[in-house]
Ligand binder design. Structure first.
Ligand code: ASP
Length: 654
């Protein structure tokens, strides 16, 4: 009579969040949807019409009269109805007696996802009919009364995790998508993490939660800002890309330890896994050094880390920027697996291979390689072709594949030209085993590292797609990257400098003298926190000396200092030494939950084109509404609008 298959399926759909994580993220349905309470179980039923949540009922509730409110998840043969709330599922028995005909009619006819209130008795399921896979599977509800609170129209998609839907549709009907167990889990985990962070910072370490303005003005340095028109002709506010200046000013103001769950805005155009508005855990402290900030963050993450994950091990390892670039080809290395970049220039000092000789004769010329374990087995000829094409097109670099065959011979276009001692040198340096593939490239240091860094990740994806487990999905590999250069050559004009972090970062104390002679050699007191190859935070010790700040802004960065006169002035009024950091909350929660995208941990995200697909923001406003702002626009004609929507489709993910 009971449909075990149906409920099992239903349970399966609700129990396992989709996404990159291959292991189940939680063990039981009831635990999953409210997460594991860390000290006490919250009171979910205060102030509301229900007596209990659907997901909490067990055999211990037998005989109790309960009132539940929830959505109709499922109905079976007009005999059972499965009711769902944020906490889980419970089975309700639809009365069959004549005397309850109108109740039966309502429960049988209410469409799926209608919201109902049900009152009745908790009874045990008949022997043999229990569902051990369902946390409430030992009991069911014998209904006495029920009320249809609101009916549900035909849905654009079913609220079941195993039903595939495009992301565009999910974003368009976000309020329905939020009903999924995946979104419920992600948002609840986010809320609990932030609560624990608040507690750690404010209650355990005396931080002050201060809100700073989101209507600010355009100031130099950093990402492009959104502008907001004002009623004063030609004047605009700007939405801050971070509360950086305010938090420093709070230190001047003697707040001493500041924190904020801060909304930040960056107008960076469409980027696949970025959001134009995002959230940072923003922190600043007075009288602190780099190790102080690092210890604070390690403690914060350890304290707020979900209890159902492996605990965070501190202190986190640390690597210099130079080492990160030369061994991983990036400033955010994924340290969960090897395949490191190795400089093999010395092996080829006497090479007969022409293009390698050429490269080594240049002052910056190097030869580097990565070794892909069992590459000969897992990488196909067409993969190698794609890799070589990518290197040629994106980096203007030649990549040579070398495959060590079982008979210890090379399979490579240059196999014949590799001398025996070079062969042995390579095997030793790269620790090559039979069936491994080596990818070799030659050229300028930064370019070769950056190319091999990309190929390393690309090959890891390829190997994993073919079943090799390189990166354990339950592993969280934190890493501090330190000793960044204070300045980098500007991309668009390499003759000029720009800040590697932001213009308020203090130089390394032992490099200050170089500021006046070789500024490009100065290291900054800047640190980034990397998790599994993603930058999840960054910060620095700040300049608290007005003169030094003025010199860096005006003389080295060629910025208009007038725009920052408020900050420069403040530094002159007894500004304490200070430093801070910001953690990207969206990215952090995305990695912790194993979600496929940061949009899956934000309640109402924008599409990657920056659109709100639910309300259609941004949208036109009538010319008369623009008048107070002294703004006139020439609205695109219908055909121009159509053309632009083809270039920026409203539903890019579909
Ligand atoms: N404001 C910086 C950022 O948003 C973080 C910091 O330096 O504290 O990246």
């Amino acid at each position: 009579m009971y449909c075990r298959g149906g409920l099992n399926l239903l349970y399966k759909g609700l129990s396992r969040p989709i996404g990159r994580t291959t292991k189940p993220v939680w063990g039981s349905l009831s635990r999953s949807l409210v997460l594991s309470p860390q000290w006490r179980i919250p009171e979910f039923n205060s102030f509301v019409a229900r007596t209990n949540t659907c997901g909490e009922l067990r055999s211990s509730h037998l005989g109790q009269e309960v009132t539940l409110c929830g959505w109709i998840q499922y109905r079976r043969q007009n005999i059972f109805l499965v009711l769902r709330d944020f906490h889980g599922l419970v089975q309700v028995v639809i009365p069959q007696e004549e005397s309850a005909a109108s109740l039966k009619k309502m429960l049988c006819e209410a469409p799926v996802e209608s919201v109902v209130q049900v009152s009745g008795t908790v009874i045990s399921r008949p022997p043999g009919q229990e569902n051990p896979k369902m946390p409430t599977g030992e009991i069911e509800i014998k209904v006495k009364t029920a009320e249809l609170l609101n009916s549900c129209k035909k849905l654009p998609f079913e609220i079941k995790d195993f039903v595939k839907k495009t992301e565009a549709l999910r974003l368009q009907y976000r309020y329905l998508d939020l009903r999924s167990s995946q979104m419920q889990y992600n948002l609840r985990l986010r809320s609990q993490t932030v609560m624990k962070m608040r507690e750690y910072l404010c209650n355990l370490h005396g931080f002050v939660d201060v809100e700073t303005p989101t209507l600010f003005k355009k100031t130099p340095g950093g990402a492009k800002e959104f502008v907001v028109p004002s009623r004063e002709p030609g004047k605009f506010y700007s939405l801050p890309q971070s509360p950086q200046q305010f938090k420093q000013l709070l230190m001047v103001g003697g707040l001493d330890r500041y924190f904020q769950v801060a909304r930040c805005y960056r107008d960076e155009g469409s980027r696949p896994d970025r959001q134009p508005e995002f959230t940072q855990i923003d922190i600043e402290m007075s009288f602190v050094d780099q190790t102080g900030i690092q210890s604070l963050i390690e403690g914060l993450l350890q304290y707020s880390w979900p209890k159902d994950k492996d605990p965070v091990v501190v202190p986190f390892p640390s690597m210099t920027f130079a080492e990160a670039v030369s061994t991983y080809g990036t400033d955010k290395p994924d340290t969960r697996f090897g395949m490191k970049i190795v400089d093999i220039s010395d092996v080829f000092r006497n090479t007969k291979i022409g293009f390698l000789q050429d490269v080594l004769s240049k002052p910056q010329g190097t030869i580097k390689a990565i070794c892909i374990p069992e590459g000969a087995k897992y990488l196909q000829r067409k993969d190698i072709e794609t890799i070589r094409k990518f290197a040629g097109e994106q980096f203007n670099q030649e990549v040579l594949p070398l495959l060590l065959k079982a008979n210890r011979n090379w399979n490579s276009p240059v196999a014949k030209s590799i001398m025996e001692e070079e062969r042995l040198g390579l095997i030793r340096l790269l620790e090559i085993q039979e069936e491994d593939t080596v990818l070799l490239t030659a050229g300028e240091h930064k370019k070769t590292c950056s190319l091999l860094g990309k190929l390393r990740l690309e090959c890891a994806d390829l190997l994993e797609a073919r079943g090799v487990v390189l990166r354990d999905p339950s592993l969280f590999s934190f890493l501090w990257v330190v000793d960044f250069p204070l300045f980098l050559p500007k991309e668009e004009n390499p003759g000029e400098l720009e800040s590697a972090h932001h213009p308020f970062t203090a130089p390394h104390p032992s490099d200050i003298h170089l500021l006046y002679t070789e500024p490009e050699k100065v290291r900054g007191q800047h640190y980034d926190l990397v998790l599994n190859g993603n930058e999840i935070g960054g910060g620095s010790i700040r300049i608290h000396n007005a003169e030094l700040q003025h010199y860096i802004l005006a003389s080295l960065l060629k910025e208009d200092v007038k725009l920052l006169s408020h900050l420069l002035q403040a530094l002159d009024y007894g500004a304490p030494p200070h430093g801070g950091i910001a953690l990207g909350l969206d990215r952090l929660i995305c990695l912790v939950t194993g979600a496929a995208s940061i949009r899956d941990v934000i309640a109402f995200p924008k599409s990657f084109q920056g659109h709100d697909l639910m309300s259609n923001a941004p949208d036109y406003i009538p010319p008369e509404d623009l008048k107070p702002y002294h703004i006139q626009i020439s609205r695109p004609t219908d055909s121009e609008a159509e053309k632009s929507s083809l270039n920026h489709p409203a539903h890019p993910e579909s």
